[in-house]
Design a protein around this ligand. Sequence first.
Ligand code: MEV
Length: 337
Amino acid sequence: MTTCSAPGKVYLFGEHAVVYGEPAVPCAVERRARVTVEPREDGRVRVDAADLSLDGFTVTWGGSIDDRPDIDAPAPLVEAAMEYIEAAVRQAREAADRPDAGFDITVESAIPLGAGLGSSAAVVVAGIDAATRALGTELDPEEVARRAYEAEYEVQEGQASRADTFCSAMGGAVRVEGDDTRTIDAPPLPFVVGYDGGAGDTGELVAGVRALREEHAFAADTVETVGDLTREGERLLADADPEREPGDELLADLGELMNFNHGLLEALGVSARSLDAMVWAARDAGAAGAKLTGAGGGGCIVALDPTDETQHALGYTAECEQSFRAELATEGVRVEA
Ligand code: MEV
């Protein structure tokens, strides 16, 4: 039996724009998906995904990939998760050169599904690592990231960037621009996450931005502007001391860019009332900046605040189901004891 885990992530800057070759800076956070794999003799794959979400949104499901039973609500989310797991299985079989390998797979995750915290990337990354190791093949994290990207790309029908999967496999803060992926030394940023209890459909949201971008030159410019502010944010991070808590000035500068980034995502049609309400609650509470994270449509916002004020204020915000502080996860995919 082999268990691997991989972290979720928040986007400091650049989601959606990264799909069109602009840079993005996602940061891995300490909310992990754990995948346990046991090879089977009969070549079948059985998945037990008893908890694929945070409290209040728990999905219980157990079944076989080869023989899917009817799934109770919220079926679309679980169905989507199963597609990611299937794609991960295909990658693991190929990497280990065992096309007929069967597995019993157990998925446990503290990352809400479809909420902008990289749940699918974390499950795919941990799943590929665990399944290949269970077959006696060890991949380095870069290769796990590459294969996880292939899996996401397949499920999202060619509309995925390398950002989520690379970040989850490598951990820490990363920079992704097209095929160029690297880790960066970032200071320990004081992330606070607000979660509305809902989810967005990444494929639909990415397709919406694509359509807008094709229809209007100003939407294409908006995507490019997200790239510009991301480059500005990267310069701020590069000048910062990665060993020290960021000072007020750095937080204010990063926060200003996050606010700008949220405004542009809103203009691109991927925000939601609940996300905007949480963003404003965070700003009113004194956060240096706040924005939605991930594909949008519902799910999570991320704010920068070293104090407890933002988390406290989100706790009283009707649209916020849960708020928590998210530590930077310096470790990416790893084997669990
Ligand atoms: C989704 O977490 C992030 C998007 O930029 C899509 C992607 O990068 O694949 C919206």
